[in-house]
Design a protein around this ligand. Structure first.
Ligand SMILES: [Zn+2]
Length: 439
């Protein structure tokens, strides 16, 4: 009798153990999250751009799901990438610039690499700007991490570095890789032939806009030159991503790897009289691409309901069946009910770059409408745009009470984490920030 009981119990234990194993990390897909710095969505061909800038990303979108309207939560690198990492809006995570300087990611805030690492993934992070370095809190949770503070490392080198890391692992754990590319950001200097790909007769050889001492754009007539260089940079990165995708298929990762592509923010080219990013909250800066492809992802689907950067982390966790009890402001984008109209906010989290007559304080996209509140002197003004009929925000409407309330509610959002100030930037990091126009 005891012997039979023992056998039955052993069988149950084996079953339990086996069932437990089926939900361990080994069965989960690999994940590659690609963040292309400064890539506005509307300069990709699959988002309707007139130039064929992005054949690799277009085919990734065709094989997977593309969100037509993804909103960034901030118009510059530090707070926007912090949102991607945390699933929180910019006010909640608090990472960005204040009067006393830049504030890093809080050292205990759950972020993509720590959550995936805890779920049994091996993790790799390759970054290319000082704002995302260890000093700013972005190395935590990565088994392998590298960052080129100066942003000078070409996409080809980053892809090679990732492929080397991929082959260096010998265990069976799935991997998470976050690959950040800086080539589209200014200075606009893609390698030949991409520098003249879209403007073969271009004889101008400058890679940054010249700003006069009085703060004006010295040569607005250079617009076509810079647009062509910017687009060439996109195609250069796209070419390297095409190589990466081929290598993944060749090395046997094609069927078990989720690839997600997004951007931290966009770029403006004189639409509002200014260039670069960080200064305002119009769609040139906060409409970013979001594409995901891989096992189990619907193919050829285009979703028009608004999505947001803070949805990226909860969506990746859902795809990988990782349960995590952290609070996220975002939702699983494959949960249709959760995508119902909800406020998608953005703010600048910075105290510089007031290039406009009115300082933008906050924006909220709600369904097809977008609310914007600005300040001039001590007066706040509320605007509303119908993004469906007026995607370039040329016809401001008087904001209705719903949007005004959503804007005020967002502005009153309490900080969930109070991250410390970035300490002790060395001189090369400070120089890198200056060169990139961040100081
Ligand atoms: Zn950026």
């Amino acid at each position: 009798m005891h012997r039979i009981l023992f056998v039955v119990l052993s069988f149950v234990l084996i079953l339990t153990f086996s069932c437990g194993n089926t939900s361990t990390a080994i069965d989960r897909p690999n994940v590659i999250l690609i963040i292309i710095d400064t890539l506005r969505a509307d300069h990709l061909n699959c988002y309707g751009y007139h130039r064929d800038t992005s054949p690799s990303l277009d085919s990734l979108a065709a094989s997977g799901t593309r969100w037509e309207n993804c909103q960034a939560q901030a118009p510059w690198t530090l707070p926007a990438t912090a949102t991607i990492f945390t699933g929180l809006n910019a006010k909640q995570h608090g990472t960005g610039r204040r009067l006393d300087g830049d504030h890093r990611l809080h050292s205990e805030i759950p972020i993509i690499p720590t959550i995936f690492s805890n779920a049994g993934y091996r993790t790799c992070g390759i970054f290319n700007v000082v704002l995302l370095n260890e000093n700013h809190g972005f190395a935590r949770g990565f088994d392998y991490y590298s960052c080129d503070d100066l942003g000078a490392r070409r996409a080809a080198i980053s892809v090679d570095e990732f492929l080397r890391w991929l082959e260096s692992g010998s265990d069976e754990r799935p991997f998470l890789a976050v690959l950040h590319f800086f080539d589209v950001h200014d200075p606009y200097d893609p390698p030949p032939p991409f520098d003249k790909l879209y403007f073969p007769d271009d004889t101008l050889d400058v890679s940054m806009w010249e700003i006069t001492e009085s703060g004006q754009i010295a040569h607005p007539e250079h617009l076509e030159h810079f647009l062509s260089r910017y687009d060439g940079g996109i195609t250069w990165v796209d070419t390297q991503l095409g190589r990466l995708f081929s290598e993944l298929r060749f090395r046997g990762y094609g069927d078990n790897t989720i690839i997600m592509v997004t951007a931290d923010h966009g770029e403006e080219f004189l639409e509002w009289g200014w260039v670069g990013h960080g200064g305002h909250l119009y769609q040139e800066l906060v409409h970013v691409p979001l594409i995901v492809s891989g096992p189990g992802i619907p193919s050829g689907e285009v979703i028009t309901e608004p999505a947001a950067q803070f949805d990226i982390l909860p969506t990746l966790l859902s795809i990988c069946s990782i349960e995590d009890t952290s609070y996220f402001e975002g939702v699983d984008l494959f949960n249709r009910a959760a995508r119902d109209p909800r406020p998608l906010p953005a703010s600048r989290l910075m105290f510089w770059g007031q290039m406009l007559g009115e300082t933008p304080l906050a924006a909220v996209v709600y369904g097809r409408m977008k609310g914007l509140v600005t300040r001039k002197g001590s007066t706040d003004s509320y605007y509303m745009f119908d993004l469906l009929n007026d995607p370039h925000e040329q016809a401001p409407l008087e904001a209705d009470s719903t949007l005004m309330e959503l804007l005020d509610y967002y502005r009153a959002t309490p900080m969930l984490w109070d991250p410390p100030r970035v300490q002790d930037l060395d001189s090369s990091s400070t120089r890198a920030l200056e060169d990139l126009g961040y100081i």
